[in-house]
Design a protein around this ligand. Sequence first.
Ligand code: FES
Ligand code: MG
Length: 572
Amino acid sequence: MDGDKKLRSAEWFGRKGKDGFIYRAWMRNQGIPDHEFSGKPIIGICNTWSELTPCNAHLRELAESVKRGVLEAGGYPLEFPVMSLGETLMKPTAMLFRNLASMDVEESIRANPLDGVVLLCGCDKTTPALLMGACSVDIPTIMVSGGPMLTGRYLNKSIATSDIWRFSEESRAGLMTQEQMYMAEASMCRSPGHCAVMGTASTMATMVEAMGLTLPHNAAIPAVDARRKVLAQLSGARIVDMVREDVKLSSLLTRKAFENAIMTNAAVGGSTNFIIHLLAIAGRMGVSLAIEDFESIEKNIPLLVNLQPSGEFFMEDFYYAGGLPAVMRNLKERLHGDAMTVTGRTMGENVAHAETHNDAIIAPLASPVKVDSGIWVLKGNLCENGAVLKPSAASPHLMRHRGPAFVFEDIEDFKARIDDPDLDVDENTILVLKNVGPKGYPGMPEVGNMGIPKKLLDRGITDMIRISDGRMSGTAFGTVVLHVSPEAATGSLFGLLETGDVITLDAIARTLNVELSQAVIDARRAMWKPSYPVSERGYAKLYQDHVQQAHLGADFDFLRGSSGDAVTRDSH
Ligand code: FES
Ligand code: MG
């Protein structure tokens, strides 16, 4: 190794006597020769490959490219699996397991003879889970995303995940048959990769690129484009040098990196889930960041990218139009150009020569796609610690609205009644869904963009104000207020809401309030009993006992911060 710092892995493989014997002997059963152990940076490839995480099912293959890069640069790669979180199959929600996966990642990195690590991620939760875990160890780390799917094609039209919500409403309104639904389903996911719009997976891939944790273009190269493999190989080579240069996550993840991510997220119209995950990552890194900070940081950052769900195009188009470096170059007078990145250069240097090839997809700062972007943070008596709304996905006519609440106590109540022809709602009603928060569900599922009542769909109503303590898919849209904190399950005022209560949303003033007298509130609070399922054992119990509210990133209280990379005791 260059310099005089000893490799971390030498604490295992560089030992003499019984300990060194044991650490090396069992590795040799894989046919690893002597010289691989001596003085080479050992690079872990932390893989979320799983056939149960379809978005990440190609990551074994991508890991081979990373390995080539590591070997080429004089390191030695060792691939290891961690818990994978597939958004589509996992019940009750992949979010319930984000913190668990992060613990797996943290402990796997710390306990093993690794000098650096490459995080291979893709589907929504895999990116924050891996980064949160890695932050709590803090060895040199680089991230490689699996990349988005190719755009789907249905009836010769481009489709992707955002269309599911449209198809679902159309089929409920009788405008689409089950046969057509099957055809659309078969046409949408036609290649490896994660969701092809600026949903949560692409938002997370954008976030880590904007924070300087990936090589440029990580966010948008399609999964099946050969250049994704090139990026993986170059990342493998680069991590070896990062070990030699001792570039740790803590040297990159400064407040400036977080601010760059927040500004970039506003420019690309990223998912509301961004807020939760970034807050959790900041908590691990010990960077001070509060939900109130987001708006002041992203102020004056318009929407520059015309991608679904806020706009028209798809991730594939985004890459061909110039990808994230082009957006960041357009933002360069606002971003912290001096933030350091994994390339060993600053963000400003990385994007200095980036070009836009299609300004219908990547707009210049002077003529943005939309002026209102980012994620708005609302405050009021219904959400003392905050709630969020994505203006680029909302309807302008509902941004200032006063109306009666129609309250669903939980998701079962919602499903049982939403299509009732006698439901007492009209387009001015505000739909409220309780007990879908971190503790109340548990796990804070993506149900906040609850469907419009069938009787209103039949009248052509396509948007209403919807408020919940849950999340919504990054691919969804609508005038949807999410992440209400404190959640209903804590006995907050939100939990006390009843049908008929008058709510005022003034998104322009960033307020959300209910008109209730203190006497009524006191009377309801005296009667309130928790109505959410309480877990008595296992991980769900740990989760409910320790999860923090949404405005703190829904991480466990005991996981905030870092325990470093040192392990002083041996196992034999
Ligand atoms: Fe995996 Fe959308 S379901 S990224
Ligand atoms: Mg999702």
